[in-house]
Write a protein that binds this ligand. Structure first.
Ligand SMILES: Nc1ncnc2c1ncn2[C@@H]1O[C@H](COP(=O)(O)OP(=O)(O)OP(=O)(O)O)[C@@H](O)[C@H]1O
Ligand SMILES: [Mg+2]
Length: 296
């Protein structure tokens, strides 16, 4: 398997680009004794979309959640622009989390709030709902929210309640909410798993475009290998809590996938059901940080 637990590059840069995130020796053992992550080393630069794939239970969500400490790592280091998130106290962690945008499978919107309120909630970082409701929003934030809503295809939706939206529209709100804080890193856990295949591709295209436009590196957990291939610059595969593949999408061949998925069916794909123009050709070589975006 290619680059099994590939050695992390020396600190400071990735392929000539500045390093944004460095994970070193990350291990998570849940109280049940389950070793969900087992010494993960991983580095990303200041741009590019990295897809994380692997069987159910491989540790993908645990990995993403450890990065912003929604899950407390057992050991290891998580350096965001050189600052170790593992050692931070509450206030430090709150500040760090404001730099990390999170997009969830289940959208995690506040159902009875409007689209605009949900987006602006992202501006406040991780404060409680009551604080969100009491807070007066700065006009600049409201302007930024309108702009983002238009960008994610929700022009005119600001006054709709979240519970009156379709799944795809909800995820667009989730994306706007994550981006309004102008994060330095986007963490995305199965953004399309609750969506139909066609909407899934639209959402991945949007994530890809916005990550590129805003020069924000994104780590995206995906069940769907076809989506990972089409929309990521780099694919990292987990198996039993370890990285077993880390390379460009073009390097991910069928034999490798069979090994990653241990004979499970990995071919189920969102691609078949879409009438969008054909994807850009697979990117060659390791292009972490390459700005080559998907057209359109
Ligand atoms: N809170 C928890 N307590 C105990 N074990 C857990 C907990 N959360 C996850 N696990 C276990 O850790 C392992 C990794 O889980 P994780 O959710 O990270 O996998 P995943 O790759 O995201 O899977 P999926 O594709 O199903 O989302 C699994 O064996 C899972 O059962
Ligand atoms: Mg998961």
């Amino acid at each position: 398997m290619a680059r099994a637990n590939a050695k992390a590059p020396p600190e400071g840069g990735v392929g000539g680009e500045r390093e944004r995130l460095r994970v070193a020796g990350l291990t998570k053992v849940y109280p049940t004794g389950k070793r969900a992550l087992d010494g993960v080393d991983f580095v990303i630069a200041t741009s590019g979309v990295t897809a994380v794939i692997g069987s159910s239970g491989a540790g993908k969500s645990t990995f993403i959640r450890c990065i912003n400490r929604l899950v407390e790592p057992t050991s290891g280091r998580i350096l965001l622009d050189g600052v170790d998130l593992v050692g931070l106290d509450r206030a430090g962690l709150r500040a760090a989390r404001r730099r990390i945008g999170m997009i969830f499978q289940e959208f995690n919107l506040v159902e009875r709030l409007t689209v605009m309120e949900n987006v602006l909630a992202g501006r406040l970082g991780h404060v409680g709902l009551i604080d969100t409701l009491r807070r007066r929003f700065a006009p600049a934030d409201v302007d930024a929210a309108f702009e983002l809503l238009a960008r994610v295809g929700l022009d005119g939706f600001h006054d709709r309640r979240a519970d009156a939206l379709s799944g795809g529209q909800r995820q667009r709100v989730g994306i706007a909410r994550a981006l309004i804080q102008r994060p330095d890193l986007l963490l995305v856990d199965e953004p399309t798993a609750s969506l139909d295949p066609r909407t899934a591709r639209q959402i991945m295209r949007l994530v890809r475009e916005l990550a590129t436009e805003r020069a924000t590196p994104a780590i995206v957990n995906l069940h769907d290998v076809a989506l990972a291939r089409e929309f990521a610059d780099r694919i990292v595969a987990f198996s039993a809590g370890r990285i077993v593949f880390d390379d460009a999408p073009a390097a991910l061949d069928a034999a490798t996938l069979d090994r990653i998925y241990g004979g499970e069916d990995w071919s189920a794909s969102a691609a078949a059901d879409d009438d969008a123009p054909p994807a850009a050709p697979a990117v060659r070589g390791r292009v972490l940080g390459d700005d080559a975006g998907v057209a359109g």
